[in-house]
Ligand binder design. Structure first.
Ligand SMILES: *Cc1c(COP(=O)(O)O)cnc(C)c1O
Length: 345
């Protein structure tokens, strides 16, 4: 892979905005700050946050065993994904490949960025169709999005399939691991240095229970991270988010036990759902949600809503006719769901 050729010309040649705090790296020393037109009287939150989020990256680096220079943080994963489009995809020229049924943001971002989205539907077993993907890709295909575990199907993609694509594709493979903490399968993070064209996306929104602080994490080669750093908004991760994330990551035992509770509840709910007469199919799950096929998704969706339960109707997606996606809740919530479904039989 030749990264220089993948990057858009205007991005390759631009000089990034130099923020006031970029020139001054030592955030821990007592200094007189007269460089950023801030209000000097307040004691907290009056200063611009660290544009490179060094302390937060150090915490992630220690947990994930990844070099800090291979980490880029986004205001949610969505911002990190958008940066990839803006760095690599020339509007109205380049294209990306996505594999529906999958996360809707890839398609939305391709529209926003005027980048053609070539959709290659998953095989009926919800695995990527490698031959069709490689046939759909051409010289202008910059990104292929793989979501594993996939939303909304809940399954992980096979390791061989991901490896085949990493080896055969000359552009960048974006592997979205938003749900990896709920899976028995290993993250691809350990193999990041083996594949210069691999970008891995994770988030604090799901397993870490911090959807409200908006923190997405991108792991990639230092070269890719360097390019994305040039175009990210300078202060994209606010001070409160950085503080809260560091606090949370300093003690991940609580998170780990919550994940275990959710995984245990998933096994029970999978069984319970199979006992409901109008549930035609219960798909296995490596995530914190379960995809089911029912007799009539629209009717069942509305009935659940009338009983105060909101699920996601995914029927409009390929391979998902009459499918509902149900997130795992607390034990009480899961039982309410099953009780309600039973009453609707
Ligand atoms: C929920 C989700 C995300 C997380 O997005 P954030 O912007 O980090 O909250 C990313 N990818 C997939 C596939 C998701 O389902």
């Amino acid at each position: 892979m030749e990264l220089e050729k993948l990057v858009r010309e205007n991005i390759r040649t631009m000089k990034p905005y130099s923020s006031a705090r970029d020139d001054f790296k030592d955030f821990d020393r007592e200094m007189v700050y007269m460089d950023a037109n801030e209000n000097p009287f307040r004691k907290t939150l009056n200063r611009y946050p660290d544009p490179q989020q060094k302390n937060l990256k150090k915490a992630l680096s220690a947990i994930k065993n990844i070099d800090v220079n291979c980490i880029l943080l986004g205001n949610g994963s969505d911002e990190a994904l958008d940066l990839l489009f803006r760095a690599f995809c020339e509007p109205n020229v380049d294209n990306v490949v996505t594999l529906p049924p999958t996360y809707g943001m890839y398609g939305v971002l391709s529209k926003i960025n005027a980048v053609e989205n070539r959709e290659v539907v998953l095989l009926p077993n919800f695995q990527p169709d490698v031959d069709s993907i490689l046939k759909a890709a051409d010289i202008n295909t910059k990104l292929i999005f793989l979501c594993s575990p996939n939303n909304p199907t809940g399954n992980c993609f096979s390791g061989e399939v991901i490896m085949d694509l990493l080896k055969a594709f000359k552009g960048i493979i974006v592997l979205d691991e938003a749900y990896i903490d709920f899976s028995q399968k290993n993250s691809w993070l350990a193999k990041l240095t083996d594949y210069p064209n691999l970008v891995i996306i994770q988030t604090l929104s799901k397993a870490y229970g911090l959807a409200g602080i908006r923190l997405g994490i991108l792991y990639a080669s230092e070269q890719i991270v360097h390019i994305l750093n040039k175009i990210k908004p300078p202060y994209n991760i606010n001070q409160l988010t950085q503080q809260k994330a560091i606090e949370e990551l300093s003690d991940i035992n609580g998170t780990m036990s919550e994940i275990q509770i959710i995984v245990d509840a998933r096994a029970r709910l999978l069984q319970d759902l199979k006992t409901i007469s109008f549930v035609k199919m219960v798909y296995p799950s490596d995530a914190n949600f379960i995809l089911i096929q029912v007799d009539n998704a629209e009717i069942r969706y509305k009935q659940l809503l009338q009983n105060g339960i909101v699920v996601r109707n995914r029927s409009s997606q390929p391979l998902c006719s009459n499918c509902l996606r149900i997130s795992l809740g607390t034990e009480e919530e899961n039982q309410k769901l099953i009780k309600t479904l039973k009453s609707l039989q």
